[in-house]
Design a protein around this ligand. Structure first.
Ligand code: AVJ
Length: 367
């Protein structure tokens, strides 16, 4: 059942128009097409403007992060700078590569267990951290439809234009859904969220938690817990430790999309800092470190290069073989994933995995 197409007058009209499209081709001559168009107004979708959530602490910007991480070895940058328009697009392409098992496995788990998750959590609001294009979350809205659960949706992410576009697309598919996009740093904005009126289901999917060190992950989940009330839930997607070859392949796809994604970071620096990184001088390197239980992704300088960061009036001298650490992606065992959730103050209500054990979807309950 889809509320959107049965619930109210606008939806009914909308459904008619869609039925009509299918109808027209077969039955020309009942009524001219333009007559329908004249009589039935096209229902308008609301336009979305993000609610801006200000940070409750100082959030370093690119210049500070570069000063802190890039000017002297060991060089590193936080992974959040990957996601400009091109980087976000490349990430979506990564999710579609045959090697990147994460998205597909999580999606299958959400499709299979979404209904029982929604039936247990019975959310009035789904609050999503790092919602991106909200694609993953659709399974939950489908599950809401199947269980006749009406809830609102508050996607929280850094990019306003992405949030607004995602909200519009979602709204046209889930007419009943009340969407409030929230723009800001979802970590620093946690304390500034508008108060919830009912039960909340917080969701943090895609193994984004893997970008945090285990200590920071615990800190972040504890903060989420402190904003939730007894009876609220957290749905968490966590990537699992598995055969190194499988993980390495996921971060070194055959078409080089992950490499392009990694290198795009230099393009971001060139644009934002008026820098002159020569992308031909760097190559992508990503490998699962079994001891540290994380993928380490680098850009490796393949010949000596001096780089100007004109906006910062800085120069970096790279030697052949120098590396920039661009991302850490932690993987968990079944037990460590549960322990993380429990240590953060949640009781494990569900823990789902595919038969190959490649991914974990955990539902934590606030007691
Ligand atoms: C978005 C952080 C979950 O670590 O797998 C994909 C990002 N980097 N390929 C991940 C990513 C390289 C992704 N996360």
């Amino acid at each position: 059942m889809n509320f959107a197409r049965t619930g109210n007058w606008l939806s009914a009209v909308w459904q008619d128009r869609h039925a009509m499209v299918a109808y027209d081709g077969k039955t020309s001559g009942v009524l001219p097409n333009n007559m329908y168009n004249a009589r039935i107004p096209r229902p308008r979708l609301p336009e979305f403007t993000c609610l801006v959530i200000p940070p409750d602490r100082a959030v370093p910007g690119l210049v500070e992060d570069v000063r802190e991480g890039l000017l002297q070895p060991p060089r590193s940058l936080p992974p959040k700078y990957f996601y400009d328009a091109k980087g976000s697009w490349l990430f979506e392409q990564i999710c579609r590569t045959p090697e990147y098992y994460l998205t597909r496995n999580e999606d299958a788990l959400l499709a299979e267990h979404g209904r029982s998750i929604i039936a247990e959590a019975r959310p009035d609001q789904i609050l999503e951290f790092g919602s991106g294009n909200s694609h993953k979350t659709r399974r939950l809205f489908d599950a809401c439809e199947q269980t006749a659960t009406r809830c609102s949706y508050a996607p929280f992410d850094v990019c306003a234009s992405m949030l607004e576009a995602a909200s519009e697309t979602l709204q046209s598919d889930y007419r009943w859904l009340e969407i409030t996009p929230m723009q800001g740093d979802y970590h620093a904005g946690l304390g500034r969220l508008p108060p919830a009126s009912g039960r909340r289901l917080a969701v943090f999917l895609g193994s984004t938690i893997g970008n945090f060190t285990p200590g920071d992950a615990l800190g972040f989940l504890r903060e989420i817990r402190s904003r939730l009330k007894p009876g609220d839930y957290l749905l968490l997607g966590v990537d699992r430790i598995k055969d190194k070859c499988v993980i390495d392949a996921a971060y070194n796809d055959g078409r080089g999309i992950t490499a392009a994604f990694n290198l795009n970071l230099l393009r971001v620096l060139n644009r934002e800092l008026a820098a002159d990184f020569n992308l031909d001088c760097y190559r992508h390197r990503a490998e699962f470190n079994e001891t540290r239980e994380r993928v380490e992704m680098h850009l490796v300088c393949s010949r000596d290069q001096r780089v100007q960061l004109r906006r910062m009036r800085e120069t970096i001298a790279f030697r052949k073989g120098d590396e920039i650490l661009t991302e850490l992606s932690y993987k968990y065992t079944w037990d460590k994933a549960e322990k993380l959730l429990e240590d953060a103050g949640f009781a494990v209500a569900r823990h789902c995995q595919p038969t190959n054990g490649y991914f974990s979807l955990l539902l934590g309950r606030c007691n």
